[in-house]
Write a protein that binds this ligand. Structure first.
Ligand code: OOB
Length: 517
């Protein structure tokens, strides 16, 4: 089975004795629930129907040779196939590796290689992009396609009489999420059945989910936020209904909110701001919304107030990370606190340390955390783990936070080199590595600059080789050729004679930010 860094035995025993880890494999979350489980396009499935389909899909996958411990890269859209395949894999003890829809050859090849994936699941095509072409260049032997499979296997055709499946160890790895990534290549985050079921269940409680919940999955479903915070898994835990939106665009989302009576949904600030603007011309009834979760990037106070005024629905701020720790403002928090903070840790056993540059507890500083649903290490990354985790198991988030007397956290900035581009995390190092091989570039530093809608945009500060010119367009086409996801393309290029350096000779990114803001 897949190796991961386990929690120390005494803490694992504590989390079990407190009932946080209750031995429920994710595959069984659908059992014993009633009513409408899933709405995706024209499909409406009850819990019974979804259960049956999942069992038949799991049996079909066994026939195709997929079994316990196998990794399957899942790049499906927000569709019935996403839910069915995820649960079929959970039941088999096979492990979905959740890619994002925007990922291309570079990212998918990396994921398939490092996980030694047994299969790759994709839609046929979306908005003019043909994922089958991607599968042809990078996919493993078995490619499952939702829609027209061409020469591959149709996901819908994977269907056999249910078979008895071996039991799944709830303390083992259930799935892999992708890290927001500070490193050259994205790291994989192993989440266990026990910890992720708790993540979803406790989130569902804090957000007041129940059988009458209708959750709209508007962000890409393979991201932690819509998947389990409380998201799709939390909604199933509570016996509610999940509605899949093909995109978070206001025309798609507002129509679904009105038609299905959506009560809960999650968006990044960039999407929330677009929704607020769209309110001027889109008049659908949004009054069924009891909680609009906004997270993934900082939502400022003015923005929060503006959203509240434009949309007229209750807001919740969510500050989370795929590695674990989740902070939510609570439903009964005073509006003032909701507008000005990024929430309170989810679990009474989330340990949060705020450390200043001298390594001592401080009012404002870097957030370190450990707890019942925060990982102890990335997948097969011993060197990076030695930096990203302390010797006593705290995850070093790279976020700068301040704690309010109420315990709520305010995100003040970050020390890690990540561009948070409308909630999409772009590793500066990764983009720099790609750009360094460009023939017109002598040296390069990638920084985040403020942007009104995205929050941050990516700026490549470039020293060009003599006589060469570098443009945004040229870099985009270069990165596209390298098979890099488009959200990582620089939005801006600034050309310099040389990069400023600090006293110890490192590129002075602060100076670059000052210069170009
Ligand atoms: C969520 O997860 P990731 O793994 O894509 O990104 C985590 C990072 C955090 O370390 C922080 O830098 C940033 O995203 N972040 C926020 C934030 N929420 C996340 N920064 C400021 N304010 C916020 N509210 O982004 C994620 C995972 C689960 C739930 C929600 C978001």
């Amino acid at each position: 089975m897949s190796a991961f860094t386990p929690w120390p035995a005494d803490l694992a025993a504590l989390y079990r004795s407190l009932g946080y880890w209750n031995g429920t494999p994710l595959g069984s979350l659908l059992s014993g629930r009633q009513g409408l489980a899933l709405v995706a396009g024209d499909t409406r499935l009850t819990y019974d129907e979804l259960e049956r389909r999942v069992d038949r899909l799991a049996a079909g996958l066994v026939r195709l040779g997929i079994g316990a411990g196998d990794r399957v890269v899942v790049q499906l859209g927000n569709s019935r196939g996403f839910v069915e395949l995820s649960f079929a894999l959970f039941r088999l003890g096979a492990l979905p590796v959740y890619a994002l829809p925007a990922h291309r050859e570079h990212e998918i090849a990396h994921l398939c290689r490092v996980t030694n994936a047994a299969a790759y699941a994709i839609p046929d095509q979306v908005a003019g992009f043909d994922y089958r072409q991607l599968a042809r260049s990078v996919g493993p032997g078995l490619v499952l396609v939702e829609g027209d499979p061409a020469e591959f296997v149709s996901l819908a055709s994977v269907d056999s009489e249910p078979v008895e499946l071996p039991p799944v160890d709830p303390s083992g790895v259930a799935l892999y999420l992708l890290s927001g990534g500070t490193t050259g290549t994205p790291k994989l985050i192993p989440r266990t059945h026990d910890d992720y079921a708790y993540n979803a269940r406790a989130s569902a409680e804090v957000c007041g989910l129940g059988p009458d919940t209708v959750y709209l999955a508007a962000l890409p479903a393979g991201h932690n936020f819509p998947l389990a915070c409380p998201g799709i898994l939390g909604t199933f835990t509570a016996g509610g209904t999940v509605v899949m939106a093909a995109s978070p665009s206001p025309d798609e989302a507002f129509a679904l909110i009105e038609r299905e009576g959506v009560t809960h949904t999650a968006v990044v600030p960039t999407v929330a701001l677009l929704w607020a603007e769209a309110r001027d011309w889109q008049t659908e009834d949004l009054s069924s919304l009891r909680c609009l979760q906004v997270g993934g990037a900082k939502l400022g106070e003015t923005q929060a107030k503006g959203l509240r005024a434009a949309l007229g629905v209750p807001l919740q701020q969510v500050f989370g990370m795929a590695e674990g720790l989740l902070n939510y403002t609570r439903l009964d928090d005073p509006v003032e606190l909701v507008d000005t903070s990024q929430g309170l840790p989810l679990s009474p056993h989330d340990e949060v340390r705020i450390l200043g540059p001298d390594g001592r507890e401080a009012e404002m500083g870097e957030l370190y955390t450990r707890g019942p649903y925060t990982i102890r290490g990335y997948y097969e990354a011993p060197e990076h783990n030695a930096i990203a985790f302390t010797s006593d198991g705290f995850y070093r988030s790279g976020d700068l936070v301040r704690r309010l007397p109420s315990g709520h956290l305010v995100v003040e900035g970050r020390v890690k080199e990540v561009i948070n581009r409308g909630g999409d995390k772009v590793s500066a190092e990764e983009v720099e590595n790609h750009l360094r091989s460009h023939p017109a570039i002598a040296s390069v530093a990638v920084i985040a600059l403020p942007h009104a809608l995205l929050g941050e945009q990516t700026c490549a500060c470039v020293v060009a080789v003599p006589g060469a010119a570098v443009t945004v367009k040229e870099l985009a086409s270069y990165l596209r050729e390298q098979g890099v996801a488009a959200y990582k393309f620089p939005d801006r290029v600034e050309t310099l004679d040389r990069l400023p350096v600090t006293a110890i000779g490192k590129v002075d990114k602060r100076e670059l930010v000052r210069r170009f803001t």
